[in-house]
Ligand binder design. Sequence first.
Ligand SMILES: *Cc1c(COP(=O)(O)O)cnc(C)c1O
Length: 372
Amino acid sequence: MSQNNKPIYVTSPTLPPLEDFIKYLEEIWESKWLTNDGSFHREFESKLAKFLGVKYLSLMNNGTLALIIALQELKITGEVITTPYSFVATTHALWWNGIKPVFADIIPGQCNIDPEKIEAAITAKTTAIVPVHVYGHPCDVEKIQEVADTYGLKIIYDAAPAFSVKIKDNSILDYGDLSILSFHATKAFNTIEGGAIICHDEKSKMRIDYLKNFGFAGETTVVAPGINAKMNELQAAYGLLQLKTINENILKRKKVDLLYRKLLKNVPGITLSEFGKDVQYNYAYFPLFVEEKIYGMSRDDLYNKLKENNIFSRRYYYPLISNFSAYRGLDSAKIENLPIANKMSDQVICLPIYSDLAEEDIERIINILKTF
Ligand SMILES: *Cc1c(COP(=O)(O)O)cnc(C)c1O
């Protein structure tokens, strides 16, 4: 056992300074305004929209309800084409809306849904596409838009991992009809739990605000069967403080990413993910892909070896959503339909990455990885 054997987890959240948060808590205790469009909620919502460079954003209590509400807002029904290579909530949100998920395969390496496979999966019942910016890497947004325009489909991006990601200085959240974000503790930007829907006009924002508050449009008017997905004042206050350090944190993550890339150059059998052209990334994840025959060990061998050394990597995304019992009976879930997603899912491992991951910890991880 090495001298330094402290556990390292795949991520570790950045928290705001406690004394700053206490000041905000004192204000909340004073006002006793805990939720329902309070002043912290309003301030955080507008500052966050500005920070992200988007016009209309509605805060939510998590990313999953944001997705469920986004589908309600656009009244999506029938079949929706989505990726099996994601966190399970992407497909669960369809299920909770009574929508049939139709899985389309992904692009190798990049791991995002393949626009050509979307087109091949369209039927008379298809109403929308729910792609995911996997690991925060932008989908082929232009091609997906082309497919949607040709067939008259809506697009809702699950942008949960894509906080502050930009293409050519434009927010990734500008694309599609709606996008959702997650601010869960494990994400690059967290409000403990939390999320948002990003839309492109005032009326949509208004309807989304109604939907997250039971459908109330006034004290006695309910305009839709809404749900409760409101972010509370404590989370909004916490979020305001998080905004002050997010740029610095992303820079620190970038340094971790660069060091990993330097140390992992030319390791036979290990492939790293590539950023698209003109992308400003948030360094939310550090996925790599293990080619067993060349590397000499399987992905699971590496995962277990790291675990034995108290390093807790994660296999995002394994198993594929299409291989979970709830979905594996669907025609589109068959392995023959999703060869690339199944292959990537068997090869992927995400190494620890977070803003204060120390250089010596990165070296410890890489040394284990290179012993094969
Ligand atoms: C985190 C995540 C979600 C779920 O967000 P929650 O805030 O945890 O509900 C959905 N989709 C993807 C791709 C995610 O990474």
